[in-house]
Design a protein around this ligand. Structure first.
Ligand code: NAD
Length: 476
């Protein structure tokens, strides 16, 4: 049985859940405890007690711990990737790459611990020196979703620790295995007792408990819009610092002058890989009329050739959907799209395979209107909605016609349109002839409008959330 890591020890509980493989429900990945309210209280108390000393730890201490975690993740990426693919359902190469990414993130933030500089300025008043420095915030509560079970925890935990904060970490209930494996490595990394705590369990019990606790100074959350809104409201009551990364409905514009191969690759990669379960997935494919018929018929042809199957099989391109409610959601949006009058070109069906899992064929809707629900709401599955556009200006207006603003993309060979699109799209990230999903770890990640709230994650920009600025005046 896999226990919680609280106050430097592994703590059990009577409340245990089975972690099931969505490719094969007869495969139990493991048993994981769920924390009680008392466990959360203990985790917060230990993090709070550990913080005064940890906030004064040297950059070398932080570097050593984070670097050790990064090295071990990279060395074990094949083994941990298999665990991740088993519990979440993304394909083995995708899962191994995700663990590798988590390792790179820990290495990056190990270095960032050494590079946290401040500023020294002359005062406007004589004889006074001004210093601006960054300090850790205190205890940070971390809440993560199920779709990147190790990379998202890594890109929150690593900067939190690098900048001298203590952590209480709650992974998604659906995928505790990768989070537990990461916590197990952290438990051997030399961090003092209480600096890092793992509390697996339900959001309504565990997450809600630490959002309300005054000893937790900041909450960083990634997940759905409704939960994010609730987290923000609760955290605001306690005047906490909050960072939210939520849903997306990311547009990919394909202009008449696009390279067809590039546009098809970007669409298939962005809309369907990782089973479409990425916040940065391309789900609004906006295509100019001159290339529209050729593009949609070739997209449908290639989509039908994608091999959907068990995440661990070598020939699988698209793994199963993560869980039964998500499969139901995908199927219900297929119905909605048909009722709204979009033309289903392929897919959208539950599939049988030789193991009992949540298999679903990638779907393409054509001739959609931007105001349809399938063009506006996050489906979070392998469903691409194609919307025709008259010209570049129309395509840009359609691309911005969404409440979200996470990622975006354009396929074109026109420098003029690419440059204009990069400036005019209302999104945190924009890709030119590159899929909307798939980002670097050393640069900022995050969105605008309904997708995000608070400072960016990742890269050097992570310090905006995980530190607080102090201005000191000294008279010589
Ligand atoms: P979710 O909102 O259901 O859950 C996210 C986390 O919040 C889980 O750990 C859950 O247990 C916890 N939680 C649930 N209720 C809570 C409460 N009342 N208080 C505190 N915590 C609570 O999201 P999900 O289904 O796990 O993930 C899918 C969503 O995540 C999608 O909308 C996707 O777009 C989004 N996502 C966004 C990004 C991004 O960076 N923008 C990245 C990945 C996923």
């Amino acid at each position: 049985m896999h226990k919680n890591w609280i106050a430097g020890q592994w703590l059990g509980s009577d409340n245990v859940q089975q972690n099931l493989n969505p490719s094969d429900l007869s495969d139990v990945v493991g048993e994981y405890v769920r924390a009680s309210a008392d466990d959360v209280e203990m985790a917060i108390a230990s993090a709070h007690a550990a913080w005064p000393a940890w906030s004064l730890s040297t950059p070398q201490q932080r570097f050593d711990a984070l670097d050790m975690v990064g090295t071990e993740l990279l060395a074990r990426k094949a083994e941990l990737g298999e665990l991740l693919a088993r519990e979440e359902g993304k394909t083995l190469p995708e899962a191994i790459a995700e663990v590798g990414r988590a390792g790179q993130i820990f290495k990056f933030f190990a270095g960032e611990a050494l590079r946290l500089e401040g500023e020294a300025l002359a005062s406007v008043r004589p004889g006074i020196q001004v210093e601006v420095s960054r300090e850790p915030i205190g205890v940070v509560g971390i809440i993560t979703p199920w779709n990147f079970p190790i990379a998202i925890p890594a890109w929150k935990i690593a900067p939190a620790l690098a900048y001298g904060n203590c952590v209480v970490f709650k992974p998604a209930d659906l995928v505790p295995g990768s989070a537990w494996a990461l916590a197990e490595i952290l438990s051997r990394s030399g961090l003092p007792e209480g600096v890092f705590n793992l509390v697996m369990g339900r959001g309504s019990v565990v997450g809600a408990a630490f959002i309300e606790d005054p000893r937790v100074e900041a909450i960083t959350f990634t997940g759905s819009v409704p939960t994010g809104r609730q987290v923000l409201e609760q955290a605001a009551a306690g005047r906490k610092k909050v960072q939210l990364e939520m849903g997306g409905k990311n547009p990919l514009v394909v202009l008449d002058d696009a390279n067809l191969e590039t546009a098809l690759d970007c669409t298939i990669q962005g809309a369907f890989y990782s089973t479409g379960q990425r916040c940065t997935a391309s789900s609004r494919i906006i295509v100019q009329r001159g290339i529209y018929d050729q593009f949609t018929s070739e997209l449908a042809r290639r989509t039908q050739q994608l091999r959907v199957g068990h995440a661990l099989r070598a020939d699988t391109q698209i793994g199963p959907v993560s869980e039964a409610p998500q499969l139901e959601q995908n199927l219900s949006y297929i119905k909605i799209g048909k009722q709204e009058g979009a033309r289903l070109l392929c897919g959208g069906e539950q599939l049988e395979r030789d193991t009992n899992g949540f298999y679903f064929s990638p779907a393409v809707f054509a001739d959609a209107d931007s105001r349809m629900r399938i063009a506006q709401e996050e489906i979070f599955g392998p469903v691409a909605t194609v919307i025709p556009a008259d010209d570049y200006e129309h395509a840009l207006a359609l691309a911005n016609d969404t409440e979200f603003g996470l990622s975006s993309g354009i396929c074109t060979q026109s420098l003029k349109h690419a440059a204009h699109f990069k400036r005019s799209i209302q999104a945190g990230m924009v890709m030119v002839n590159v899929p909307t999903a798939g980002v670097d770890y050393h640069v900022p990640f995050g969105g605008r409008k309904g997708s995000s709230y608070g400072p960016r994650e990742q890269g050097r920009y992570a310090r905006e959330f995980f530190t607080v600025v102090k201005t000191a005046y000294t008279a010589a």
